[in-house]
Design a protein. Structure first.
Length: 436
């Protein structure tokens, strides 16, 4: 399994949260306005449909002495009917009236194959039409027609009344309404972003203050704890020197355990102090250009004794020279953390390899072990503070779960990415990729 901690700048948690809050507030406002626009538009469409269908029904049901009333549409106004037809089941025209008689052949195409068994209504778009009428050309603009059909029974058999109204006016109103809504939506988005940003900033103020106080307390406490821990460690050394052989074996074991615990606490305090300073951006990195090969050999050599205690083969694969840019002390700490973890979690007679991979685009520090490996579910979390894959084993090894969190901060400061390849029982490989 391969997992990557991507290269990039350290993400500001508060800025990220503020942007998320701004986005959430903005989307809520946009959603509210969009729902309002949809409700108004649907209400307008329903009301218009009911009004026009009732109007057409009144016209189609109109009779006089038991006969269908055929309206005269030649001199109709724009708000009146557009056409009125009575057709038998074979499509023969029994009666007709058109607002524009010259376009009747185009009009019939709208419903020539429509034979409903009950009252029905539908919309049909009539594109712009051109027809020659002698020396003149008749032009009919685009129209939206609302057509109704009403089956009837005549002396000659069943027939159907077709009537239509020009509802282009209502379509123009709806389109204008939608354009107004879109314009208002754009204005609201701009206002919402401004208001949301202001609201999120105010919401983050008490959280930022609490976080800063917590980080300051952590830094102060870590700094203050270093002195008493140093005094305790020195005091134990003095006890050993003054009493010498007079100390019983049991007392020696107690003093040794105390010194070990004090050492573990001192390392933890040092790590907490570094992380606290990193959170507030007060950690200084002294970037410079240097040859990392001799330094890496020296860093690895410092772990030879620890590796020999477990009969672990500690090998290096390094080029003759590799000039890099970075903070030597912080890179040393990074390598120490990776080597310490590799040796801790590698069983006796295992192997730990350290290598450098020079590349024109990036260079890599590689630490590979034949240890217990890391489960896929744990890999994204191993860089979290105080996270330990095997808590009981980590406690025995003296680990507090801060080493890889510090390694992560060092990698981020160098704009490096960390690639982890690991599987349970097959060891782990950490590759820290630095840009050139």
């Amino acid at each position: 399994m391969k997992w990557t901690l991507k290269r990039g700048k350290k993400r500001d948690l508060f800025q990220y949260t503020q942007r998320k809050l701004t986005l959430t507030y903005t989307w809520l406002i946009i959603l509210f306005l969009a729902l309002f626009s949809i409700i108004v538009s649907v209400f307008f469409i329903i009301m218009t449909y009911q009004e026009q269908s009732n109007s057409l029904s009144t016209t189609m049901y109109a009779t006089e002495d038991g006969r269908v009333v055929i309206p005269d549409l030649e001199n109709s106004q724009s708000g009146d009917l557009y056409f009125f037809y009575v057709l038998d089941n074979q499509g023969k025209v029994l009666a007709q009236s058109d607002a524009i008689p010259q376009l009747s052949e185009f009009t019939l195409e709208k419903f020539s194959d429509w034979r409903p068994n009950e009252d029905k209504f539908r919309l049909r778009w009539q594109p712009e039409l051109h027809k020659r009428d002698g020396a003149l050309t008749l032009i009919s603009p685009d129209r939206l027609l609302f057509i109704g059909a009403h089956p009837i029974m005549t002396a000659n058999g069943p027939a159907t009344i077709y009537a239509a109204k020009d509802v282009t006016y209502y379509w123009d109103i709806l389109r204008t309404l939608l354009l107004v809504f879109i314009f208002i939506l754009i204005i609201f988005v701009l206002v919402a972003i401004k208001l949301s940003s202001s609201m999120s900033k105010k919401a983050m103020i008490p959280i930022q203050q609490t976080f800063r106080q917590q980080q300051q307390f952590l830094a102060d406490a870590s700094h203050e704890l270093r002195t008493p821990l140093s005094i305790m460690n020195t005091s134990l050394d003095v006890i050993e020197l003054e009493n010498g052989d007079a100390i019983t074996p049991y007392s020696k074991e107690v003093v040794s355990d105390m010194k070990e615990e004090i050492g573990r606490m001192s390392r933890m305090v040092q790590h907490l102090l570094l992380l606290a300073r990193s959170d507030v951006g007060s950690v200084e990195f002294e970037m410079g250009t240097f040859d990392i090969v001799p330094k890496l050999r020296q860093w690895v050599l410092a772990f030879e004794g620890v590796a020999q205690k477990k009969a672990i083969k500690l090998r290096t694969m390094l080029p003759d020279t590799l000039t890099v840019k970075g903070d030597p002390e912080k890179l040393k700490q990074l390598v120490y953390i990776l080597l310490d973890n590799a040796i801790k979690y590698t069983p006796e007679e295992g192997k730990v390899d350290v290598g450098l991979d020079p590349n024109p685009r990036q260079w890599r520090i590689i630490v590979r072990d034949s240890g217990i490996g890391i489960a896929e579910a744990d890999q994204p979390r191993i860089f979290d503070r105080f996270y330990r894959v095997e808590k009981h084993r980590s406690r025995e090894e003296g680990s507090a779960g801060l080493g890889l969190a510090i390694a992560k901060q060092i990698a981020i400061a160098h704009r490096a990415s960390v690639v982890l390849e690991s599987a349970p029982g097959k060891g782990s490989t950490f590759s820290i990729e630095f840009p050139v």
